[in-house]
Unconditional design. Sequence first.
Length: 225
Amino acid sequence: MGDLHTTPSGAEPRVLIMTAVDAERQAVLRGLAGDPRFAAALAGVGPATAAARTMAALADGPPCRLVVSAGIAGGFAGAAAVETLVVADAVIAADLGAETPDGFRRVDELGFGESLAAVDAALAARAARALQAAGLPVRLGPVLTVSTVTGTAATAMELAARFPGAAAEAMEGYGVAVAAALRGVPVLEIRAVSNAVGPRDRSAWRMKEALAALEQAFAVLREVL
Ligand SMILES: O=C(O)c1cccc(C(=O)CC[C@H]2O[C@@H](n3cnc4c(=O)[nH]cnc43)[C@H](O)[C@@H]2O)c1
């Protein structure tokens, strides 16, 4: 996996940052300004490829002390507006489960898995405080992992009701977190909101602004993580 890592390895275990696509990785690397304590690798889009690539990076690369799932995300109305940074205090596989006549049931309710992936809660809170102290808009809250980007108000409302307090949705966090947990490495998820969760409206996306927010976030976080 050496070609995925763009910062040289040091003697100390590094922080590995997994982004779905290269535009996100480049934003993170700009923020990190060449700091050799960090590496950034591509996870691909979606939880399955994110889990597989995180596992490969952890197995084949130098030792890591922390894995961060990072990138852009959709923000839930009233919780995280566009350009807000969201630090996950929980990572939830929001569409992993079953439809039943009584509605959606999470995989843990069904008794054959875990919907919730643990994050390093103390470090997440510290990261959110540091971003806030730097004057950046930040929210500490649950980040949902979905395999399908929400595209209607009805689905957005259903998810918000199913997971009260959800701040954002993205597509990789749960996969990254499962792989990190299997290797015994703590995990964080940090997102910059590029769009609202809800009706599909590509003209409303603020990709450039979200990537700039991601860069600013990692310029702060390199002193914290
Ligand atoms: O075509 C669409 O309507 C559409 C709407 C929002 C995002 C996409 C993407 O293909 C981006 C997926 C990519 O970015 C993360 N992301 C960003 N916004 C969201 C979102 O609202 N819901 C889920 N994921 C989002 C995600 O982690 C992927 O890496 C297309």
